[in-house]
Ligand binder design. Structure first.
Ligand code: AMP
Ligand code: MG
Length: 442
């Protein structure tokens, strides 16, 4: 039984191994997508600047392009020799702004040679007289370089902007657009098998008997897998019976990662660990000092690879893309997540997500909790790190958080009404209202 931090580090170490193995073997599958279809996916190429950014010295204010030295004495009156708008053609830009001169200029327009700063229009007054040369009176000085972004200051032509492994959020997509990339090469999503276990569990097409429970874990996991960049492969429900369970585990090891739920506690019919041990699995941990989710299991086992699941599994899956390369990993990682629905959700977040991200080709990112002020007191028992469903509210800088009432880690309704988890360290007993507490967002 590991502490939460040690268990998390164990996962991160294996995630790093996956990254290294995939990098060395160059086996990660990729596909090329239109820019917007690539949003949310993981970049498989590096994207560089196709020219200097900005490609010309860019005015960042509306005003007048001047020589800053001309404004040593104020007010100063300068001759206005041109008006330069954004997108001005080279012929419309004066070749030189000389001492005593200024050019009216708009935000986003190229700054003419000779000028070294922009005075904001707010500090100027125009003195146009008919038939006379236009003049401007300036009431504020500027430092050299003020309100100008020099050519290439944001990036030099050819310099890298996005690295393989970055997840393409809106800013990354904007950056790709800014260098003219209308298509991007991304990693193919890793496939994650989901195997739920339990004699009492029935799927949605079956009317549950009086003591049966509908399968919800496969569905929460499928959504979490998709959100983490994976493609879920739902297997049929496994009974608490070793032979059939083993068959389904064998099938579940063919994709890139196997997530099982249920059957990892101490009960007589909790067979997952036993079956995996018979298959000579390596276990990295078989419990973590957390609540919910204490019996969580992490390991790997040799698997016969291939895209076809056996007919016995009856799993619905799309055929793998043509020419899909096989994984360099001879063993498939698995998690045995405890079956209580909230335990399943929490242990996915804490442990399965970083593995999935590594398989997806994503660069590592450490788990960070945010902080919020506790709205009402918490009484807790010591010994386990707790991740309890909670509601984050408040506004702007005033984040407040409080636990939702729940009936324990089987309470899906309470968890669905929550929007985060409060993280309680194992040594805290009472936390008074007004204390800052750590929060795991979801
Ligand atoms: P287990 O981890 O197998 O001991 O299961 C713990 C609790 O979670 C039991 O009350 C199960 O009925 C419930 N449970 C297990 N699997 C699922 C599932 N797929 N969907 C909903 N509840 C489940
Ligand atoms: Mg069970």
């Amino acid at each position: 039984m590991l502490s939460f931090e040690d268990a998390r580090r164990a996962v991160e170490e294996h995630a790093a191994e996956i990254r290294a193995a995939c990098k060395d073997a160059h086996t990660q599958n990729t596909e090329t997508l239109d820019l917007l279809s690539a949003a949310g996916r993981v970049l498989a190429e590096s994207v560089g600047a196709d020219r200097d950014i900005p490609p010309f010295p860019r005015a960042t204010r509306d005003g007048y392009a001047v020589r800053s030295a001309d404004l040593a004495k104020l007010p100063a009156t300068l001759d206005v020799i041109a008006e330069i708008k954004a997108g001005a053609q080279p012929g419309e830009i004066p070749s030189q702004v000389k001492s005593g001169q200024a050019a009216a200029i708009m935000t986003g327009a190229p700054v003419p040679a000779g000028a070294d700063a922009i005075v904001m229009v707010e500090y100027t007054s125009r003195q146009d007289k008919p038939a006379a040369i236009a003049r401007v009176e300036i009431s504020r000085s500027v430092a050299p370089g003020e309100n100008i972004v020099a050519r290439g200051a944001e990036a030099k032509s050819g310099s890298p902007l996005l690295a393989a492994g970055c997840q393409l959020n809106h800013a990354a997509i904007a950056l790709a657009a800014s260098v003219g990339k209308s298509r991007l090469e991304v990693y193919v999503r890793p496939r994650v098998a989901v195997l739920t276990t339990g004699d009492e569990i029935v799927d949605l097409d079956t009317e549950p008997g009086p003591t049966q429970i509908r399968n919800s874990n496969s569905y929460s996991l499928a959504v979490q897998i998709q959100q983490a960049g994976g493609e879920p492969v739902l297997l049929p429900i496994a009974p608490d019976e070793p032979k059939r369970l083993r068959e389904l585990i064998v099938d579940g090891l063919r994709p890139d990662l196997l997530l099982m739920t249920g059957g990892v506690s101490m009960g007589r019919y909790d067979l997952v660990e036993q079956v995996l041990a018979e298959m000579k699995a390596e276990f990295f941990f078989t419990g973590a000092k957390i609540q919910p989710g204490r019996p969580v299991v992490f390991g790997r086992v040799r698997a016969s690879k291939g895209d076809r699941l056996s007919a016995a599994s009856g799993a619905q899956k799309k055929p793998a893309p043509e020419g899909r390369k096989t994984s360099p990993l001879s063993r498939t990682y698995f998690f045995g997540l405890p079956g209580n629905p909230v335990s399943t959700m929490v242990t996915f977040e804490l442990f399965a997500r970083p593995m999935l991200k590594a398989l997806a080709g994503m660069l590592p990112r450490q788990l960070i909790f945010l902080h919020a002020k506790l709205k009402s007191e918490i009484r807790s028992k010591t010994g386990l790190k707790r991740f309890l469903p909670a509601t984050l509210s408040g506004e702007f800088e005033n984040a407040k958080v409080e636990l939702v009432r729940w009936q324990g880690s089987g309470d899906i309704a309470a968890t669905a009404s929550a929007n985060c988890y409060i993280v309680i360290p194992p040594d805290r007993e009472n936390i008074p209202a007004g204390d800052w507490v750590a929060v795991l967002m979801r």
